[in-house]
Design a protein around this ligand. Structure first.
Ligand code: ADP
Ligand code: ADP
Ligand code: SF4
Length: 601
């Protein structure tokens, strides 16, 4: 076995502890050799993997959980592709892109998906574990001898393979890119496809807008369009669906397949919305391992098998269990979670609201929500969801109809994430300001929010240093910790992996049930929305002109209404029960449409 010691530099703070890791290490205590010591600049601990006996004492002693020690088979070491540095993350193997189909990548956050994309796109030269020097391309190409990656890397080394990447975090692009959408897209257009891509992604109305003014979803589509317009041999899309509604997700998936020419080019997509990943990919590679410590790329599987193996937690070709239990999505149709004796917490009549300045008009059908209920919202952005919430809280008065029981206090988790949404500096300050109970380890709130969302480790961290996924979990926790009558969570899944999505969904349901309050959740990952909600309100309309909100529907009615509007049918996977989009025009698609059963007949 090979010893692998990782010290997370974001967490290791030698000036805030008593160096327990170094003092208690049994190798150090022999006073002959050292297995662990402070780095020269005294900013973190350094573990000498060849001297360490793997006892795990430092792992337990570190008050910040900054150390991981694992043993990996020597065999695996032969597949080492990259190590970022001393005591840092190791990536074993790589997803092998192939022409002839779209390759989907799935795995936990921190497992090495973005690292793989950086290497395959040529942004990061793999060092084969030797981080002290910059390896020659010859060595890299030789290391992949006999595999398809040999040709891939020799093309990359000789600048014969042009690649282009849609990055995971899009917020940074807003700061860097200056100019309006139309100008930037025509500059990016190396293939003469400007008109077609703009049309396909429905970007016409945005061409005169400055990039700095785009909403999250608009920015996402703009970046996907810019990548599609480039003339490349390899196209990479790192989470192309965050901030997009269901129609736009399908539109982006169709555009990627249509414009990247997967029969000739390499096309790789990382995505956690499994229904979309399933729809877009031909093959799947699972990246497993221990997040932040090491990642291993699996062999490619067919799309259905790959996603099912991932959910089942077992990879047959590798004979590897990647999770002790299977992940199952509960497909529920209608469930009553409130007591018959309880009164609604919010109740509204049919309402009409119109903003005099913009003319935007919203019609809302009547509805109600009971204590402990989660109301799911489906539909595009810009058709009045925020206006609806403002009506429910009494901030806006409708022109017609009224709210009979209103929610006076509303706690909001906004869609777009940025450290600026918090006035506080650290995670614990933000949680403490939301509720004094949130940081009391004896409280149920601490157990539900801090423990279940695994924020314990992050409490001292500065909010501006968090990754997108960490920021999302903190934002969800802070909004749920506050006292309110109504909780609005706008796209809580963005930047979370599949397992984190399920944990967040469970936490939302538990807190709302426990508090006997109501949550309204806007979520476009349908598998997740099905998991979270008890009832659905479907929004339709023309963005910024008019909106229509349906009455509260049960899950089946809600999903059916949405999918009928999109002309998409969805079936259930026989093995895992997960929803799968039918191929347009297929026998099942036609049959389900004829019967009017758009969602899982
Ligand atoms: P994923 O995309 O699957 O979430 P990443 O490839 O982004 O995972 O990261 C895998 C691991 O590598 C993470 O634990 C991260 O901390 C580490 N890592 C990423 N970039 C660097 C870097 N430049 N230096 C050191 N460690 C890094
Ligand atoms: P969503 O939450 O679904 O994205 P909103 O309710 O925020 O939609 O907005 C719907 C439309 O109403 C938008 O086109 C927006 O321009 C318009 N709007 C929102 N707030 C105001 C306001 N205070 N005055 C005028 N128009 C507004
Ligand atoms: Fe020392 Fe290694 Fe044990 Fe840590 S795991 S205490 S470095 S011997």
């Amino acid at each position: 076995m090979t010893r692998l010691a990782v010290v997370d530099r974001d967490y290791c703070k030698p000036d805030k502890c008593t160096l327990e890791c170094i003092r208690f290490c049994p190798v150090n205590r022999t006073k002959k050799v050292k297995a662990i010591d402070l780095s020269e600049d005294k900013t973190h601990s350094v573990i000498f993997e060849d001297k360490c006996i793997g006892c795990g004492i430092c792992v337990k002693k570190c008050p910040f959980n900054a150390i991981s020690i694992v043993n990996v088979p020597d065999e695996l070491e032969k597949q080492l592709v990259h190590r970022y540095g001393e005591n840092m993350f190791k990536l074993y193997g790589l997803p092998v892109p192939k022409t002839g189909g779209v390759l989907g990548i799935i795995g936990k956050n921190g497992a090495g998906k973005t690292t793989s994309i950086k290497i395959l796109s040529g942004q990061l030269k793999p060092n084969l574990g030797d981080y002290s020097s910059d390896p020659e391309w010859d060595r890299v190409v030789k290391a992949f001898k006999g595999s398809e990656l040999q040709t891939y890397f020799s093309r990359l080394a000789n600048n014969e393979l042009k690649s282009v990447v849609k990055p995971q975090y899009i917020e940074a692009a807003r700061r860097v890119l200056k100019g309006n959408v139309g100008e930037l897209l025509s500059k990016a257009d190396e293939r003469g496809l400007f008109k077609d891509v703009v049309e396909r992604l429905n970007l016409k109305n945005l061409l005169d807008r400055s990039v700095s003014e785009l909403s999250g979803g608009e920015l996402q589509k703009f970046l996907v369009a810019a990548v599609l317009l480039k003339n490349a041999d390899a196209y990479f899309f790192d989470e192309p669906c965050s901030y997009l509604d269901v129609r736009e997700r399908v539109r982006v998936a169709d555009a990627i397949r249509e414009f990247t020419n997967p029969s000739k080019n390499y096309v790789v997509v990382v995505e956690h919305d499994l229904m979309i990943l399933d729809y877009i990919s031909d093959n799947i590679v699972v990246i497993y391992g221990e997040p932040g410590v090491y990642g291993i790329a699996s062999k490619p599987y067919g799309v259905r098998a790959g996603i099912n193996h991932y959910l089942n937690g077992y990879l047959p070709a590798e004979n590897m269990r990647i999770r002790p239990e299977a992940v199952r999505f509960r497909i529920q149709v209608a469930e009553k979670r409130f007591e018959e004796s309880e009164y609604p917490v919010i109740k509204w009549e049919r309402m009409i609201h119109q903003y005099p300045s913009s003319g935007f008009k919203l019609v809302v059908e009547e509805g109600e929500a009971y204590p402990g209920e989660v109301l799911g919202i489906l539909g595009p952005n810009g058709v009045g969801k925020s206006t609806f919430i403002k009506l429910l809280s009494g901030e806006l008065k409708p022109v017609e109809g009224s709210v009979l029981i209103s929610a006076e206090k509303v706690s909001v988790k906004p869609q777009e994430l940025s450290p600026k949404i918090f006035p506080e500096e650290t995670v614990s300050q933000a949680l403490r300001n939301a509720s004094t109970d949130a940081l009391n380890p004896a409280s149920w709130l601490y157990n539900e929010l801090v423990r279940k969302l695994r924020l314990n480790r992050m409490l001292d961290r500065r909010i501006e240093e968090l990754s997108g996924g960490e920021l999302q979990k903190v934002a969800v926790a802070v909004s749920l910790a506050r006292e309110a009558d109504l909780y609005l969570l706008d796209e809580p899944s963005a930047y979370l992996d599949v397992e984190e999505r399920i944990v967040v969904a469970r936490v939302i349901r538990r807190i709302i049930e426990e508090k006997r309050k109501t949550a309204i959740v806007v979520e476009h990952d349908l598998m997740l929305q099905n998991y979270i909600s008890d009832k659905i309100v479907v929004f339709t309309g023309k963005p910024s002109i008019e909106g229509y909100a349906s009455r509260t529907l049960n899950i089946r009615e809600g999903f059916n209404t949405l999918l009928m509007n999109l002309s998409i049918t969805v079936r259930k996977d026989s093995e895992t029960g997960r929803p799968r989009i039918n191929k347009p025009g297929s026998v099942l698609d036609r049959e389900q449409k004829a019967r009017g059963e758009y969602y899982i007949p």
